[in-house]
Design a protein around this ligand. Structure first.
Ligand SMILES: N[C@@H](CCC(=O)N[C@@H](CS)C(=O)NCC(=O)O)C(=O)O
Length: 244
C-alpha cells in the first residue's frame, strides 16, 4: 500500500493519476496546508520542504520508502512499475526533459501567477504582468511541441503528460474568462486543446480526477494569520534586507 499525502492541488492530482494509471493500491492522507498541517514535526520528517505531495511506499522491497517532490514521485513510480517512462536511450531523456520542463517552469510560474492573480493584495501589476507573460510564452513552447508529436514526451503518453495535464486543466477551468490564453479551447493553441482531450479520454486519468474530487480544500476556513503563514507575509515575512 502507498500512502499519498494530499491536498486539493494540481501537484497532488499528478500523483493520483499516476497511481491510477499504474493500478497501484494507495490511500489518500489529507493534509490541510491552509491550517499548517505541513509544518508539524511528523510531516517535516517526510518532507523537510513542508509541501504536498509526498508518498510513503510500504511495499518497497528495501523497506518503507518516502518520496517528496511530484516529479521525483512520478519517476519513482514509473521505475517501480516500468510504465510511462522508456527504460533507456534517448526516448527516456526526452520524457525526462519535458517532465523537468513542467517541474522547473510550468509549475513554479503557475504558482507565482496564481499568487498574484488570486491571493496578493492589489498593487502588484508588475508581478502579475511578468508571470502572465512568462506563462503565455510557456504555452507557446508546449503548442509548438504538440504540433510535432501527440504527447509531450513523444509518441506515447508518459509521466511528462501526467505532470503538465493538471495545471493546464485547472487553469483553464478557473481562469479562461479573465485570461483567454489559458482557455483549453483557445484558437491560440489548438494542439494543446487536442492533447488535453486525449489525456481526458484515458480511464486512468478519469479515475485520478475522481479520486481528487473527494478531497476538500481548507482555503475557505483559513484565518488571516494562517494565510499570512502559508504566503510568508505579515508577521511571517523576512524583513532583514538592505534594500528595505
Ligand atoms: N515542487 C513541488 C511543489 C509542491 C507544492 O507547492 N505544494 C503546495 C500545494 S499547492 C504546498 O504543499 N504548499 C504548502 C506550503 O507552501 O506551505 C512539487 O511539485 O511537488
Amino acid at each position: 500500500m502507498i500512502d499519498l499525502y494530499a491536498s486539493t492541488t494540481p501537484n497532488v492530482l499528478k500523483i493520483e493519476i499516476m497511481l491510477e494509471e499504474t493500478a497501484l493500491p494507495y490511500k489518500l492522507v489529507p493534509v490541510n496546508v491552509w491550517k499548517g498541517e505541513q509544518f508539524t514535526e511528523d510531516f517535516l520528517g517526510l518532507n523537510p520542504n513542508a509541501k504536498v505531495p509526498v508518498i510513503v511506499d510500504h511495499d518497497d522491497p528495501e523497506g518503507p520508502c518516502t518520496v517528496f517532490e511530484s516529479a521525483a514521485i512520478l519517476l519513482y513510480l514509473a521505475e517501480k512499475t516500468e510504465l510511462l517512462l522508456p527504460k533507456s536511450g534517448p526516448a527516456r531523456y526526452v520524457v525526462i526533459e519535458w517532465l523537468v520542463f513542467q517541474a522547473a517552469n510550468l509549475g513554479p510560474m503557475n504558482g507565482q501567477f496564481n499568487h498574484f492573480e488570486r491571493y496578493a493584495p492589489g498593487g502588484n501589476e508588475y508581478a502579475l504582468s511578468r508571470y502572465t507573460t512568462e506563462l503565455k510564452r510557456q504555452y507557446e513552447v508546449m503548442e509548438r511541441r504538440l504540433a510535432e508529436v501527440p504527447w509531450l514526451g513523444g509518441d506515447t503518453f508518459s509521466i511528462a503528460d501526467i505532470a503538465a495535464f493538471p495545471w493546464v486543466l485547472v487553469q483553464s477551468n478557473r481562469l479562461k474568462e479573465s485570461f483567454p490564453f489559458l482557455d483549453r479551447d483557445s484558437t491560440l493553441h489548438p494542439n494543446i486543446g487536442a492533447w488535453l482531450r486525449r489525456c481526458e479520454e484515458r480511464p486512468g486519468v478519469q479515475r485520478g480526477l475522481q479520486a481528487h474530487s473527494t478531497l476538500k480544500s481548507g482555503f475557505p476556513d483559513a484565518s488571516e494569520d494562517e494565510l499570512d503563514r502559508i504566503f510568508g507575509r505579515g508577521r511571517y515575512a523576512y524583513r532583514d534586507s538592505a534594500k528595505r
